[in-house]
Write a protein that binds this ligand. Structure first.
Ligand code: KG4
Ligand code: ZN
Length: 353
C-alpha cells in the first residue's frame, strides 16, 4: 500500500496544479501555476481565458510534478483528476490530459470530486483522523458543512443559499480597491489586522434561522453600502491612500471579517450538536478550502470546536487552497478500495471529453 504512487491533476478553477503522492501520505512533489495576472485584469475568473491559460501550462505542470518527484509515468499506480464541480471548460483541460497520459501508459484513472478532496486531504495531514468526522468546506464557490460517515458517504448538513464566504472576501477586496493580483481573501485578512472590527455594525446573516445554512449575499451588500456611505476613493489603491482613508478601509475589512466568521461560528455550533446526535463517536472537525487558510477563521473556529470537545483539523494553507495533493490523495483513498476506471484507450478523439 505504501508503494502506491498517484499523480493528481486539478484544473477546476483558476489554478493549474499537479502533485505526486505516495500511499503512506508522503508528498513527492507539488506544482501549481496560478493565473494571477488574469485575475487582476478581469477582476475575477473569466472561463474562456482561464481555459486557455490551463491549456498553455498543463503539460509543463504535470511534467514538472513527475520530474521533481523523480519518477516517470511508468512508476505511477494511477492518475487522479478533478471531474467536478468547477468550470466545465477548465475541468476538461485536466481530464483530457489525465486520459491521454493514462491511455498512453495503461494506467487506471480515478475521477475526483473537488469538495471531497478538500475534506479528505485532512486525512493525509492528520493520521489519526478517522471516520466519522465533520467538515466545513469554505471556498470561493462553496460553503458547505458535511458529516462524513465513511469514504464516499456524506450527509450535507448545510450549504449557502446564495454566495460562499470566499466570494464575499473577494468582492470586499475588489470594492475596497485592494491588490487583486492574488485572490481577495489574503488581502482583506492583511488589511483587517490594522482595523477596528467593531467600527461597523454589520448584521450577522440568518441569525434566527434554525438550520445550518449560510448566506453571504446580504453581507456583501452591507459592505458595498458602507464603502459608498464613507465616500472612500476606491479608485486610489490602498497603498497610496491617505491615512484616514486607509483606516476607514481597514475598519470595513475587519468588521466584515468579524461578522463573516461569526456566521460560520454560529452555524458550526449548531451543526456539531446535530451531527453528534447522528454519529456520537465523532472526534474531529475538518475546516478546509481556500478560506480556511485565514488565521482569524482558524482561531475562532478552533474555540468553537474545542468547546464541543472536538479537535480541529485544518490543513496547512498550501493544502487548503486548490492544489494537486488533495486530488492525488483522494484518488489514493478510492483506488485502495477498488473505485477506479480502467485505463482509457490509447488514442481517443480530443473532443471525447
Ligand atoms: O479552495 P479555493 O482555493 O478555490 C475554490 O475552490 O474556490 O478557494 C479560493 C477562495 C477565494 O475566494 C479566496 O479569496 C479565499 O479562498 N481565500 C481566503 C484566504 N485565502 C484564500 N479568504 C480569506 N482569507 C484568506 N487568507
Ligand atoms: Zn477549491
Amino acid at each position: 500500500d505504501d508503494n502506491l504512487v498517484v499523480l493528481g491533476i486539478e484544473t477546476s478553477c483558476d489554478d493549474t496544479a499537479a502533485a505526486v503522492v505516495r500511499g503512506n501520505g508522503e508528498i513527492l512533489s507539488q506544482v501549481i501555476s496560478s493565473q494571477a495576472e488574469l485575475l487582476a485584469q478581469y477582476g475575477g475568473v473569466a472561463p474562456k481565458q482561464a481555459e486557455e491559460a490551463h491549456s498553455r501550462v498543463i503539460d509543463k505542470v504535470v511534467q514538472d510534478a513527475l520530474d521533481s518527484a523523480n519518477i516517470t509515468e511508468k512508476d505511477l499506480s494511477a492518475v487522479a483528476v478533478t471531474i467536478g464541480p468547477g468550470l466545465s471548460l477548465c475541468l476538461r483541460v485536466g481530464v483530457r490530459k489525465a486520459r491521454r497520459l493514462a491511455g498512453g501508459f495503461h494506467l487506471p484513472i480515478v475521477g475526483v470530486h473537488h469538495m471531497e478532496a478538500h475534506a479528505l486531504v485532512a486525512r493525509l495531514v492528520e493520521q489519526e483522523l478517522s471516520f466519522p468526522f465533520m467538515a466545513l468546506l469554505i471556498s470561493g464557490g462553496h460553503n458547505i458543512i458535511v458529516l462524513a460517515h465513511k469514504l464516499g458517504q456524506y450527509t450535507q448538513l448545510g450549504t449557502t443559499v446564495d454566495d460562499a464566504i470566499g466570494e464575499a472576501f473577494d468582492k470586499t477586496a475588489k470594492w475596497l480597491g485592494l491588490d487583486m493580483r492574488r485572490s481577495g481573501g489574503p488581502a482583506v485578512e492583511e488589511l483587517a489586522l490594522e482595523g477596528d472590527a467593531k467600527a461597523f455594525k454589520f448584521n450577522v446573516p440568518m441569525k434566527f434561522h434554525k438550520d445550518c445554512n449560510f448566506s453571504y449575499a446580504g453581507l456583501k451588500t452591507q459592505v458595498k453600502l458602507a464603502i459608498e456611505a464613507k465616500e472612500i476613493d476606491v479608485k486610489c489603491p490602498v497603498s497610496s491612500a491617505t491615512s484616514e482613508d486607509r483606516r476607514k478601509r481597514a475598519d470595513i475589512a475587519a468588521s466584515f471579517q468579524r461578522v463573516a466568521v461569526l456566521h460560520l461560528e454560529e452555524k458550526c455550533e449548531r451543526a456539531i450538536d446535530w451531527a453528534l446526535k447522528l454519529e456520537p463517536s465523532i472526534k474531529h472537525m475538518v475546516v478546509s478550502g481556500g478560506v480556511a487558510s485565514n488565521q482569524y477563521v482558524r482561531l475562532r473556529l478552533n474555540n468553537i470546536v474545542e468547546n464541543k470537545n472536538l479537535k480541529l483539523v485544518c490543513p496547512p494553507p498550501s493544502l487548503c487552497t486548490d492544489n494537486g495533493v488533495m486530488v492525488a490523495w483522494t484518488g489514493l483513498e478510492h483506488f485502495r478500495v477498488g473505485r477506479y476506471d480502467p485505463p482509457p484507450p490509447e488514442t481517443e478523439p480530443d473532443d471525447f471529453v
